[in-house]
Design a protein around this ligand. Structure first.
Ligand SMILES: Cc1cc2nc3c(=O)[nH]c(=O)nc-3n(C[C@H](O)[C@H](O)[C@H](O)COP(=O)(O)OP(=O)(O)OC[C@H]3O[C@@H](n4cnc5c(N)ncnc54)[C@H](O)[C@@H]3O)c2cc1C
Length: 394
């Protein structure tokens, strides 16, 4: 079953390649990697390298940097396909797609020439964004009048950074990072923080704990620690004290990609529910012949289709803002997809009866995965608040 509206041959060919990668490489490995106790061992360089060999890892780089220059809509389709196979590997690559797009737009010429060829050539290069801190979570989404704790003091030719970030996807694996740091402590995150580019191994920058997540386990998530870390002026992305603009201006589709990730899990759950409903006989007939179950399967389809349409609209308008980009599209598609996926997860478990609770059926993993995006990329309630703030100018 493929319900995506594919509009041209290039999209079709790209999605075919991704589906083959999912079937041949991701599906056979996903359950075993997910089951490992040590979170670091759930990550697979082999999968990243195979994605690289197929041109997937660098798909969003422009052709001049060695990629395919994927538009945002096609990128969301790819992210969904990957997540149908496994949410964790989709997160590893979706973060990389999104940050590569952002780097191309937000970097100056010198930064592009310095970083993009290195990123393109290294088959293990994945990317990360460090914003969240132990004391600052939702505040960054709702622009509360508080600064980031991770802060920088001016020094000759650069900045001395101290502090830490946590919950960072690809945190312990990335080759390059974009990190939000408070450069004016008298001001808020919105008008006193700066986006810095950092390379792995930069002096004063180390990786802390790797978080032990309940789901999306094939993606690692870690703390970033800064101890008198001197970052040169050349690594300021955009303008000093305007870090929040970097993400708002150059990655408007970020929220929709997060939605596409959790949507992939919803699709995988729906397929499992249908398969089970066709197989399981109760009351003398297959579950799918019971009207209550059939209606619920149709309702799941409605939630998936509506979420996908919202995500695709956001992605298309992110690339064509003059046609009516609306800032709520930077907050609401993910909330809708995450809520839909969570409903579909609980319904799928219910349709499976007691079997749904048993690990061997595979629904349990998908339920754990579906929960990730109730919080990741912003808790849904704070995304509603963010949208309300743009609607009503709080
Ligand atoms: C799997 C995963 C991956 C992640 N990856 C990254 C990453 O790559 N980079 C990164 O920077 N961060 C990442 N995060 C962090 C994520 O963005 C934060 O968890 C999220 O922003 C919420 O912050 P918090 O966890 O501190 O929750 P809190 O902000 O403490 O929120 C707790 C509760 O309070 C509510 N709340 C908070 N403020 C308000 C308010 N003003 N009004 C009403 N209710 C409110 C929230 O809705 C929520 O229900 C990731 C998180 C997860 C779970």
């Amino acid at each position: 079953m493929n319900d995506m509206l594919v509009s041209n041959q290039d999209q079709l060919a790209i999605l075919e390649t991704v589906r083959r990668f999912v079937d041949q490489e991701i599906r056979p490995r996903s359950a075993a990697l997910d089951a490992k106790q040590n979170p670091e061992e759930c990550f697979s360089w082999e999968l990243v390298e195979k994605a690289d060999a197929l041109g997937i890892r660098t798909m969003t780089l422009e052709e001049q940097w060695g990629g395919l220059g994927l538009d945002s809509l096609t990128t969301a389709m790819v992210v969904e396909e990957l997540a149908i196979g496994d949410m964790g590997i989709s997160v590893v690559l979706a973060q990389t797609f999104k940050i590569a797009q952002l780097m191309q737009k937000a970097f100056n010429d010198e930064q592009r020439a310095r970083v993009l060829p290195v990123f393109a050539k290294n088959p293990r290069a994945v990317l990360a964004i460090g914003m969240s801190e132990p004391g600052n979570g939702s505040d960054k989404h709702t622009n509360q009048p508080v600064p980031f704790r991770t802060s920088a003091e001016r020094t000759r030719g650069g900045w001395v950074v101290n502090g830490m970030k946590h919950f960072i996807s690809n945190g312990n694996r990335a080759s390059h990072y974009l990190v939000m740091v408070q450069t004016d402590r008298q001001k808020t995150m919105a008008n006193g923080s700066t986006c810095f580019l950092l390379e792995r191994g930069h002096p004063g920058f180390t990786i802390g704990r790797v978080h032990d997540k309940m789901g999306e386990r094939l993606a690692n998530n870690a703390e970033l620690v800064f101890q008198d870390c001197v970052i040169p002026d050349e690594n300021v992305v955009g303008e000093v004290n305007k870090g929040s603009d970097v993400f708002a201006q150059f990655s408007p589709q970020s929220n929709a990609y997060a939605g596409a990730t959790v949507l992939g899990v919803a699709v995988a759950l729906h397929r499992k529910a249908i398969e089970w409903a066709r197989l399981r006989v109760q009351g003398g007939k297959c579950l799918i012949e019971h009207d209550g179950i059939r209606a619920q399967l149709a309702e799941m389809r409605m939630l998936i289709d509506a979420s996908r349409a919202y995500i695709h609209r956001a992605c298309w308008l992110a690339d064509h803002p003059q046609s009516g980009w609306d800032k709520t599209l930077g907050a609401l598609p993910k909330a809708m997809a995450a809520q839909s996926a969570w409903k579909i997860a609980t319904w799928t478990m219910e349709i499976h009866g007691g079997h749904g609770y048993m690990k061997e059926v595979g629904v349990e993993k998908l339920v754990r995965d579906a929960a990730a995006f109730l919080h990741s990329d912003g808790v849904n309630r704070t995304l509603f608040l963010k949208a309300a703030n743009t609607m009503f100018r709080a």
